[in-house]
Write a protein that binds this ligand. Structure first.
Ligand code: CP
Length: 297
């Protein structure tokens, strides 16, 4: 993390800092640790829909003794009267929250806004640019359930091009030294890719290589023009997963479109850890909020 209290991406983070976060997450799993009873409330500003990220940040803050206030979507806010996203953020910041946790589209200049606001800030999902807390909780889950992260082979399957989760994993994999494999329909693959990534055109080849497979939702809301969902050859099913290690992990950042990227029977596969990922997300976010607010009143 940078010395500024902003968590916008993972580029400024070191392996030691991330391992320290994981250590704190382990601690928060065991006890609630009310720390911040006298700290100003946390502002959750979600211009885009969310279930997991929003709720797990709320629970993480509550576990730390922090109160939260929420702006969720446009309805009932002055955005409906033409106020800009930027002005909305400046006005909420003027109410003196201890921390802003913000989700928004690609049009937000999140880094510039955070600098201008000058308060602790967490990116809770920003266009296709990044979703760093999701990548962190995925990595923490892999570390926990596989016993290591270094040299793990993580295969992302589906809409690689529009996934902010994958964008953040590109950054995190370099820091934490795990391998990234990509597999998806040609029209949902980025036009340029780092040569360090393994690219698989056939799902079964990728599954034979991987120790972790992360299915991705087709991000229709970020497509410039309507495209069809990937054909089911890129969906994970009992049949395709017969090529995957029995000790491997099946993951998904959520929300899942059952029957598209995962067939329904995958939910009961013993390798499937999707709901456990969500659980770990609370502890990782609790650790991150704790580290950003430590020492602030
Ligand atoms: N993974 C994730 O960001 O889920 P939500 O959109 O429900 O927060």
């Amino acid at each position: 993390m940078s010395n500024k209290p902003f968590f916008i991406d993972l580029k400024q983070s070191s392996e030691a800092e991330i391992l320290e976060l994981f250590k704190s997450a382990n601690h928060f799993q065991k006890e609630f640790f009310f720390t911040f009873e006298k700290t100003a409330p946390v502002a959750l500003i979600f211009f885009e829909p969310s279930t997991r990220t929003r709720m797990s940040f709320e629970i993480a803050c509550n576990r730390l003794g922090l109160q939260t206030v929420l702006l969720s979507g446009k309805e009932g806010t002055s955005l409906e009267k033409g106020e800009t996203f930027e002005d909305t953020i400046y006005n909420i910041a003027a109410m003196d929250p201890s921390l802003l946790i913000v989700r928004g589209g690609a049009h937000l200049s999140m880094q510039t806004l955070a600098e201008r606001v000058g308060r602790p800030w967490i990116n809770a999902g920003w266009g296709a640019q990044g979703h760093p807390t999701q990548a962190l909780l995925d990595a923490y889950s892999i570390h926990k359930f596989r016993g290591r992260l270094k040299n793990e082979r993580v295969l992302f399957v589906g809409d690689i091009k529009h996934s902010r989760v994958v964008s953040s994993h590109f950054e995190l994999a370099q820091i934490m030294n795990y391998e990234v494999g990509l597999c998806g329909p040609a029209h949902l693959m980025p036009s340029t890719l780092d040569s360090s990534f393994q690219i698989f055109s056939k799902l079964e080849d990728g599954l034979r290589w991987a120790t972790v497979v992360m299915a991705l939702r087709v991000q229709h809301e970020r497509h410039e023009q309507a495209v069809s969902a990937p054909s089911y050859e890129f969906g994970l099913s009992t049949k395709s997963l017969s090529h995957f290690s029995q000790e491997g992990l099946i993951m998904h950042p959520g929300p899942v479109n059952w029957g598209v990227e995962l067939s329904p029977e995958v939910a009961s596969d013993p390798r499937c850890r999707i709901l456990q990922q969500v659980t770990q997300g609370v502890y990782v976010r609790q650790a991150l909020v704790y580290h950003l607010l430590r020492g602030k009143k």
